[in-house]
Every structure is written in structure tokens, then in C-alpha cells.
Ligand binder design. Structure first.
Ligand code: NAG
Ligand code: NAG
Ligand code: NAG
Ligand code: NAG
Ligand code: NAG
Ligand code: ZN
Length: 443
């Protein structure tokens, strides 16, 4: 909570955040009564005439989707031995400060729930594994009464396109927990989500069970995800992450929070829509459970696990959405509905001003009385990234439909050449300042 809580006291953030709740539970109904409405729907071509680029932090980033942009990132499982020294330093500082619980890494067989050594109760206070439905109070499981926090995992994907059109035509905002390698593979869909005002959140780089990873590998999975989102959204540092398979514990959540200022989000209802394409569930079964949740009690509010994985999973949401509205639920992204704030740690919205990460992070140092000046602002030192010979691997980047989502990217042959290793170190400049500040404030 170091970073996040410090941010709350940043003058910029407190002045810039505009709490907004979706209070438009009936607006979509009136919007259907064309042509008497005075506005054009947000997907009308007229909006393209006046579309503004999202505000950036003033740094020139590689064009999203360009070869230079893509080549600067790991193409599969990131090698924590080759990651930025600053990330490791931040982790070590947090460990030294006693902020990261020293509990064992879990183990699992593919597709099975991770388990812990004897003596470590996954439901106990020490481990508190979200896989076992242990709720750490710092995590988000429920929405406020009467509200549905709309979110989708595993994007961007080809099926995302249709979902985004639907969301836009309903003036709806969602949180998109995106997989790093999927962003690399589907940059057009990624930009569409961001430019339409969707909240971009992290779902790790390659979708592992994070409790099975070492501290360092958790940092690499989250660090690369945050750097890619940062460098592809004009400098925004995302605020939320959702662990793949909902697998997190007190160790992993502490790393996410202490090193990267992230809030962990789980869910309180599960459609199992990821298994629609493999016969694990059916559209009818989802319709039945959705109907039960949406027409049931409004306390607590709903955070339903849904995926932008397939046409079928998108269709399940599209079928349920009007029912949410007709049952008078307030809907919105998790940032809007649950937190009433921005989805980003250093920007009030996806189009508003952005405070460069080094400045926003310097704010965290005011307590530690570390000088803000000379804190190494991001430079153009990444200019040689275009010459990277990082392999374009043949991985599909899309989670397999078998439900074994860990196969989102092959975990093999991820050893970087020394060249790509140095590229990776250079590539960490965006979060270097973040981490340097944290280190400075932690020691
Ligand atoms: C869309 O939603 C926003 C935020 O909830 C609201 O301010 C705006 O008026 C809505 N626009 C339309 C066209 O419904
Ligand atoms: C999904 O839907 C889109 C358009 O709605 C279509 O072009 C595409 O072929 C569909 N994909 C599959 C796998 O059915
Ligand atoms: C369930 O299916 C029916 C029939 O297609 C549809 O009218 C209804 O809106 C669906 N409900 C949900 C919650 O998806
Ligand atoms: C700085 O933080 C420490 C612990 O985080 C706290 O005890 C102390 O009072 C803070 N100092 C100021 C000046 O806010
Ligand atoms: C991210 O952007 C920074 C500038 O803020 C740059 O130095 C760094 O190389 C970029 N990272 C990657 C992987 O391209
Ligand atoms: Zn997932």
C-alpha cells in the first residue's frame, strides 16, 4: 500500500480525480428512442471528427503495434534473471522491510488448484489463498450494493472487437484485465479498448498461477505488464490487477501492492464462460446462473467473472446486459463502480492529463524526505530498441481453449540472448524511476 496510499496525498491526484458513478441505468432505454435524442451514439462516425488523442506524459513512446514497440518486450515467459535491476531492488527492499510474507511457493499439476506444504493452511491468516476463497480484506471481491462492476479477462482477442462495439453503443465502460502477450499480438484491439475509454488493467504477462512463482517471477510478470500498459497508454500506471485463475495469496498480493501499487481484484460470481468453447459449460447454463444473480438480492453488488475470449463468451455478456439494466443495476468499470476513482495511479482518466511516473512517484518520497530533483526522468535511451533481435516467437498468445490458460505462451525457450537481455534492462526505464523512488523511500 506504500505507493497507493502515498498517491492519495499527492496534490495532483487529489485535485484531479473526479469520482464518477454510472447513474445511467435508464439512459440506454431512452437512447434507443431515436431519432428524438439530441446526441449521436458514441459509435457514430461524427465522433471521429473530433476525437482527441489521449493525453500523454509528454514522452515519445514507440507507436503501439509497430515492430519497434513489440520487439522491446519478452515474447513469452519473462526471465526474471534478466529483468531490470531496479525491479529486483524494489522487491528486495520490500522483503527487507518485512512487507512480503515469507510463505512457501505453492505447487500444482496443470489445471489443478495449487497446494501448500503441510502446516500452511491455504485458508489461514498466514497464506490466505484466493483460490481457496480466503478473502484478504485489502482485495476487491464484491461491488457496492446495487452495482455491477463490469470486467473482462484475457483480452485483447479477436472476439474483443464485437464486445467493444457493444459496450460503446451502450455507453458502457468496463475494466479489461489484459494479458501482456495478447496486447503484443492484438494491438489494434488494445487501442480500441483504450481509446474508447475502457479501463486497462493487468492480468500478468503470460497467465500463470502466480502463487506457484518465486517472488522474482511474480515481479517480472507484473513489471512487464505494467511497463507495456504504461508505454502504450501515454504513460499511465494501471491500478488494478486480477490474478489468473484467481490464484493469489498474501505473498503475491503483497508484491503487487508493495512493489507496484496494485490492488488485487477477484470476483464473487463465476460464469465459467472460458469453457464455453470446450463443452465445460453452455450458453444456457450461463443464462440460468446470470438470471439468478441479476434478478436476485442486490447486496452485495456483483463482480462477475467474464472473458473476452470467444464469440460465445461475448454473446453471454450481451444477452445478460439488458437484463442487468432492466433490473435496475448500476453498471460501470471497477474503477467507477467500486472505487469511484480512476483506473490509473497517475491519471484521472484515459483521456485526461497524465503525471509522469517519476513525478508521481516522487510524491511518495515526501515522507522519506528524499530530494525530488535529479531523479532521473525517463530519457530517450531506448532509441536503440528497434535493433533488437528479439525473436518473434510462434506462440499464439491466446490462451488455449482447453481452459489450461497457462499455455497462453510457451514457457520454454524463453532464455534471452545477451542482446535481448540488455534490451530488457534498457526497456525498464519507464518504471526505473518508480522503483528507484520506492527503494529510496523504503531504505
Ligand atoms: C454516458 O455515460 C456518461 C458517464 O456515466 C454520462 O456522463 C453521459 O451522459 C452518457 N452519455 C450518453 C450519451 O448516454
Ligand atoms: C466471431 O464473430 C465475428 C463477427 O461477429 C466473425 O467474423 C467471426 O468469424 C466469429 N468467429 C468465430 C470463431 O466464430
Ligand atoms: C436468457 O435467454 C433469454 C432467451 O434468449 C433472453 O431473453 C434473456 O435475456 C437471457 N438472459 C440472460 C441473463 O442472459
Ligand atoms: C512517514 O511514514 C512513517 C511510517 O510509514 C510514519 O511513522 C511517519 O509518521 C511518517 N512521517 C511523516 C512526516 O508523515
Ligand atoms: C518504455 O518507455 C520508456 C520511456 O518512458 C523507455 O525508456 C523504455 O525503453 C520503454 N520500454 C520499452 C520496453 O519499450
Ligand atoms: Zn484469465
Amino acid at each position: 500500500m506504500l505507493l497507493l496510499s502515498a498517491l492519495l496525498f499527492s496534490p495532483f491526484v487529489s485535485a484531479g480525480l473526479i469520482p464518477q458513478l454510472h447513474g445511467h441505468d435508464h439512459s440506454h432505454i431512452s437512447s434507443k428512442r431515436l431519432p428524438s435524442t439530441w446526441y449521436q451514439r458514441s459509435d457514430h462516425p461524427v465522433h471521429n471528427l473530433f476525437r482527441r488523442g489521449p493525453a500523454t506524459d509528454g514522452i515519445a513512446y514507440a507507436e503501439v503495434g509497430s515492430p519497434t514497440w513489440s520487439a522491446a518486450y519478452p515474447q513469452s515467459t519473462p526471465d526474471s534473471k534478466a529483468m531490470a535491476a531496479e525491479w529486483l531492488d524494489a522487491l528486495n527492499a520490500a522483503v527487507t522491510a518485512g512487507s512480503i510474507p515469507d510463505i512457501p511457493v505453492s505447487t500444482n499439476l496443470p489445471g489443478e488448484n495449487p497446494t501448500y506444504p503441510p502446516g500452511f493452511d491455504p485458508n489461514g491468516d498466514v497464506v490466505c489463498s484466493a483460490t481457496y476463497k480466503c478473502r484478504n480484506p485489502g482485495d476487491i471481491w464484491d461491488a457496492p450494493d446495487g452495482m455491477v462492476g463490469i470486467s473482462f479477462d484475457d483480452g485483447p482477442q479477436p472476439a474483443s472487437d464485437d464486445l467493444y462495439d457493444f459496450l460503446q453503443s451502450n455507453n458502457e465502460t468496463a475494466t479489461h484485465f489484459m494479458i501482456g502477450v495478447n496486447i503484443l499480438q492484438y494491438p489494434t484491439e488494445f487501442l480500441k479498448a483504450f481509446n474508447m475509454g475502457g479501463d486497462i488493467a493487468a492480468h500478468t504477462w503470460t497467465h500463470p498461477y502466480t502463487t506457484t512463482l518465486s517472488n522474482e517471477d511474480v515481479v517480472a510478470q507484473l513489471g512487464w505488464s505494467l511497463e507495456l500498459i504504461h508505454n502504450s497508454t501515454g504513460g499511465r500506471v494501471t491500478k488494478f490487477w486480477r490474478p489468473p485463475f484467481g490464484d493469489s495469496d498474501n505473498r503475491v498480493r503483497a508484491i503487487a501492492s508493495e512493489v507496484f501499487g496494485l490492488t488485487t481484484v477477484i470476483w464473487n460470481q463465476d460464469t465459467e464462460d472460458w469453457s464455453l468453447t470446450t463443452g465445460g459449460t453452455t450458453s444456457q447454463a450461463i443464462n440460468t446462473s446470470m438470471t439468478g444473480w441479476i434478478t436476485g438480492p442486490k447486496s452485495p453488488g456483483l463482480i462477475i467473472l467474464e472473458h473476452e475470449l470467444s464469440n460465445l463468451s461475448v454473446a453471454a455478456f450481451k444477452a445478460a446486459y439488458p437484463v442487468m439494466k432492466s433490473n435496475n443495476w448500476n453498471t460501470g468499470s471497477l474503477a467507477q463502480i467500486v472505487e469511484g476513482t480512476s483506473a490509473y495511479q497517475n491519471a484521472p482518466s484515459s483521456s485526461g492529463p497524465v503525471t509522469p511516473a517519476d513525478v508521481i512517484l516522487a510524491a511518495t518520497k515526501s515522507n522519506a524526505s528524499v530530494s525530488v530533483s535529479g531523479s532521473g526522468s525517463p530519457s530517450g535511451s531506448g532509441s536503440s530498441l528497434g535493433s533488437s533481435n528479439t525473436q518473434q516467437s510462434s506462440q499464439t498468445g491466446s490462451p488455449s481453449s482447453s481452459g489450461s490458460l497457462a499455455s497462453a505462451a510457451p514457457s520454454t525457450s524463453a532464455q534471452p540472448s545477451s542482446a535481448s537481455s540488455s534490451v530488457r534492462r534498457m526497456g525498464s526505464a519507464a518504471l526505473l524511476c518508480l522503483v528507484a523512488s520506492l527503494v529510496a523511500s523504503a531504505v
